[in-house]
Each structure stands twice: as C-alpha cells, then as structure tokens.
Design a protein around this ligand. Sequence first.
Ligand code: BF8
Length: 630
Amino acid sequence: MADFKLTTLEEMETATNRLLETGAKVGADGWQMRVKNQTPHCKFGEQGICCRICTMGPCRITPKAPRGVCGCDAHGIVGRNFLRFTAGGAATHSDHGRAICETLRCAAPDGAYKVKDPEKLIRIAKEWGVETEGVDIYDLAHKMAKLALEEYGKVDGFQNWLSRAPQHTQDLWKKAGIAPRAIDREVSCAMHMTHMGCSSKPEALIRQALRNGLSDGWGGSMAGTEFSDVMFGTPRPIDTEANLGVMKAEDVNIVVHGHDPSLSELICDWSENPEMIALAKSVGAKGITVSGVCCTSNEVAMRRGIPMAGNFLQQENVVLTGACEAIVVDVQCIFPGLGPLSKCFHTKFVTTSPIAQMPDSDYIEFDPENANESAKAIVTMAIENFKNRKPELVYIPDMKQKATVGYSVEAIVKTLDGVTNSQVDVTGTTKPLLECITSGVIRGAVAMVGCNNPRVRPDYAHVELMKKLIANDIVIIASGCSAQAAAKAGLMSKEAKDLCGAGLKRVCELADIPPVLHMGSCVDISRMMVLAATLAKDSGLNISQLPVVGCAPEWMSEKAVSIGNYVVATGLDTFLGVDPYVSGSDQVTELLTNGVRDWVEAAYVVEKDIDKLGDLMIQRIEEKREALGI
Ligand code: BF8
C-alpha cells in the first residue's frame, strides 16, 4: 500500500509521444497535429456570433455590423446557436436511449439479450402504473420497451420519469414552463424555434434549451440507463484496470469504442467463447483481450470488469500501439481520423451502426435481430487479423492502474449502509450518506463529468480538480471520460484514500470505497439526477440546498451542453472549464450564469482557470452548508 502512486500526466504524455513516434514512422498523425493545423480557431465561432442558419449569410457580428442580414442581433444568434447545440446533444443521447429500448423489444430467454435485472424492470413498471402481477417477465419487458418508445412521441403530458423528482422541483419546472413533453418534440421544437425567422429572444431560447436538456436527462438518457440495467445488469462494485497497459502484446486485442452496450456486451461474450479462444490460439495468440474506450468502455467495465484502455483523446493511442487487431465502434465520439490512422497499421476499424458510418472502415451492420452473427463475425475478423500485425511497430506503454467501478445509485445506497452502524431503519436509503454530509465528515459531493478536450491539457483539469476536492473531504461521483481520467490516474483505486482529507479517508476506509466513485457512462448522469432527487427527498431539502454541484471541466460535445442544461435545471450549480460559445452575448451569458437561477434555483459558472474553478466549487459547497447551518 505504501507503494501506491498516481500515474502522472507527464508519464502519460511521455507514453503518448512515444506512440506518436511510431505513428510518424508509418506516416500517421494524431489529433495533436490536427489541433496545430486548426489553431488559431475562428474568433466568431468561439464567441457564438456566427450565423449560418439560412443562406443570406453566413453573417458575423462585429461592432460595424451589429445585426445579421435578417436583423438578428448577437443575443439572438448566440441564443439560437446554444439551443441548437443543446438539441444536437439531447437528440444524440435520447436516440441512444431509443436504441436500448429497441434492443429490449428483442429480449428473449434464449436470445442474445436477456432480462438480467427483473427486479428493476418490475420496479420501473410499478412506477409507470403497469400491472406486473403474474405477468411473464419477457412480456413485461416488451410492454415496457414499447411504452418507453412512446415517451419519444407522446401526444399528451410530460415525461414519465419527472415524478422521480421532488415535488418542489416538479413545481419549478411547471412554473418555468420547462417540464419536458415528448422527447422528439423537444428536439423538433428547438430546431423550429431556431429556424430563420422564429425565436431570437434569449430568454425564450434558453428556456427551451433547459426543457430540451430535461427531456434528455429525465427522458432519453434515463431510458438508456434504466433499460441497459434491465438487460445487462445494474452495476455493482467490481474491480478492473485502466490505461493503455491493459492491452496485451501476446493476445488478440479488440477495443470497443462508442456508447451503446448492445454491441460491446456481445463482443465481450464472443471473446470469452471457447471456440473463439481456440481460434485465437490457432493463429499464435495466447488469448483475446477486450478493452474499451469512451463510454462503451464504462458500460462494460462497470458490469463485467472489462479494462478501460482510455478515454476520448486516447482513442488513437490504442491503434498507435500497433497491437490492436480491431477497434469496433458503435455511435458517438468516434474520431473519423481512426479510418486513415488504422490504414497505417494492420488494425481493422469496424463501424457497425447506420448512425455512424465512416470512410476507411469495415462496415458490419449490427442490429439486435442479428446481434450474435455480427458479433461473432467481428471477433473472428479480429482474430484472423492477428497474423497481419507488424511486430516491429508494437509498443504498449507499461502503464495501468487498479480501479473499482460500478457505483450505481443502488450500489452506493447499499455500500454506504455499511458505514454507519445499527441503522436498521436506514437500509435502502441515502441516510448514511446524508449523515456523513451533515456531520461534516464529508463536506459535500461533486458530480464530475464530461469529455477531455485539447483546449485544456487533456485530463489535467479532471485529475487536478479531483485531487483538490478529495483533499477537502468532498466525495466525487464521476462518469464518462472524466471517470476514465480518474481511473487512468489511479483515483479510482481504493488506495487513493490516502489523498483524502481525514473525514473522507475515514468513510473510504469504513465503506471500502475509492474517493472517486465511478457512476458509469454519460447517459448515466441520469443516475446522478436520481441520486440528487433521493438525497433531497430523504433529507427533506430541495435539491438546490444540497452541498452538491456538477462540473464538466474539459467538456467538448453537444451532449455535454444538453447534460449541463438538465443538471442546472434540476437545481445543481454547474461549473464549466470550457466556454459554451456564448461570450458574444452578455444577455445570454447573464441568463446562463445568473438569470436561470430565478427559474430553477441553480446556474452555470464558467471559469477557465482550473485552480480557481476548484476554489469556486469548494466555496459554493461551503455556502450551501452555511445556509443549512451544518
Ligand atoms: O458521452 S464524456 S468524449 S465518450 S461526450 Fe464522448 Fe464526452 Fe467522452 Fe461518452 Ni460523454
């Protein structure tokens, strides 16, 4: 234990540089080169004051030209761009959720997809008022899948899952006019509002941005999370490893990348199949190693302990090792650069979804109906590719850390029940966690989420903020690429407790948890909403009163804006380290960082100085404690 040491960013960067040297030998480059080529970035774009919504422009706002051809000013343009950004993210997460529901429709006792958590399915069915008594579990699964799909286009009413929020929050949403209706409707409404000649009033645009975000977090993403748990199991703490060193030179390496666990689960199944392992041995490999990148990695790590090769900006590194037989992708956050890059190596870049088709890839369409055939074909293709490896190009950095992952809300509740003793009455609630917070043993919690982004030294903000926060007795709940940044550095190792303040360290010891809790992928930020709602209900407080904040210090994608909007709209102040292209409008900036507080009791903070960002979060948590008198 005395030997525990975090992996430093410098060590990771040295490894990356070594990999890029291999790349240079074969004429390949990485995002590092493309960033150089793209710098400096367009200042109009950065401020959000470029409009190309119609073909009278494109228009750009300058002191000399304060309005576009249609007469729209900077505030309208920035607001519309922000709403369109949100709609892109909400559509993307929600469509992922829809795909999961479609997969659930195919679940069968003898099929590729089963109901692994029937209790959870029954719990959701009861929540939705569906009869469960004496109903066959697969009939129930199909019925719930259909009902969930109908949430996307429901004609009347609001999202079913809003009822999980405290009444106070639901009242705020209704009063502000942001309770989300059908999921698809909110995306369509956003696109309609931002069409030429529709809304240009910042307040209206931001209100819809919050509503569209909520349709994601309390609708589409929640469907993705909940029904993934039903099919693949609700995550429980499980040990795994993280960083490139999880790849094995002597094995066939298959890397799964993307978001939808329907594909990656079956790739894992087939890689464990004795027939496939025998085939791997027959081509000279010792076995098959599956590892993951991005959120699909989180999905299979938290349910099966599959190791995490890296996060978003490490996706090219897995190919640069020269030891990747196949990088198998589904949807979202996949660099098109993987196509040309993999052509410089023997790696098969396998695309599988009609949603994410890319040049220079092998396309093997994957759908729930033919799931086993496609997964088997992909694993076979990877194995057969082992012989094409060029040994002189193989270099896998010897770098990995232990991580314990899989802290779903259910797992957190169960684990923390063990912290306090003789609480017969608290089993199944968040009361032990609340007690830790009210007593001050833990000062509060930060939900750390989101991507990494070359605009911030990759992973620096995630890792440095986490170190700072846990040293101040603030527990971290992490998801997405933020979670993987933590895991790569070693912050999801239980041994990282030594980096905590005395209070959090004690909780980690008693509950046997790491100080940074892995809550899953980005759709799983819906789990964080459920946790916040449960904490509020169990404490009798409003969500906005809890000493809990959200943070996305290195975010880059539209999905992150959708997430930010629903986290803020749920009542949690959200701290960003990258500006969401709104600085060109003081009105939109003021709304997002202050004005929305009147509607939802929370707002954004944008601060690019990461150390300051950490101070601001600690300050906000302490303010909330003070207001509660704890
Ligand atoms: O959905 S954190 S880079 S992988 S967008 Fe993408 Fe960002 Fe990673 Fe997961 Ni989320």
